[in-house]
Design a protein around this ligand. Structure first.
Ligand code: HEC
Length: 105
């Protein structure tokens, strides 16, 4: 009997240890990865227009924040701000192009 309990316990430990970890990409899933972001000037300009209109309803244009952080550093804040501004997936794509173009490298 002891053996059965012991092997069940061992199996449980193995299962827990091997369970997939929450991926960090998932937490910021609404913001695209840099590799997916357009670097076309037209998209960057369109993103700038979104930044200048939809992102200034509640506060001034946070240009300093954008230029002082890398895109990856800004992602969590931007994910929550994109939701506050109720951006569509398309708008988030364009805004991201603007953010990457102006982010700290
Ligand atoms: C519904 C209101 C609202 C909208 C729309 C909004 N924000 Fe914000 N934002 C806030 C509030 C509230 C704060 C926190 C207080 C502050 O810094 O003004 C904030 C803070 C920030 C910060 C500073 C974070 C920090 O840690 O210093 C940045 C950057 C930012 N917003 C960017 C954006 C961008 C980009 C958009 C457009 C996608 C946007 N915001 C749209 C309400 C909003």
């Amino acid at each position: 009997m002891k053996k059965v309990i012991l092997s069940a316990f061992t199996a449980a430990i193995v299962l827990v240890a091997c369970a997939p970890k929450a991926s960090p990409a998932k937490t910021n899933s609404i913001m695209p990865a840099i590799s997916e972001i357009s670097s076309s000037q037209a998209t960057i300009d369109a993103g700038h227009a979104i930044f200048a209109t939809k992102c200034t309803k509640c506060h001034g244009a946070k240009t300093n924040y954008v230029t002082k952080h890398t895109y990856d550093e800004a992602k969590p804040v931007m994910a929550s701000m994109a939701q506050k501004a109720k951006l569509t997936t398309d708008e988030i794509g364009r805004l991201s192009a603007f953010l990457v173009a102006n982010a700290k490298k």
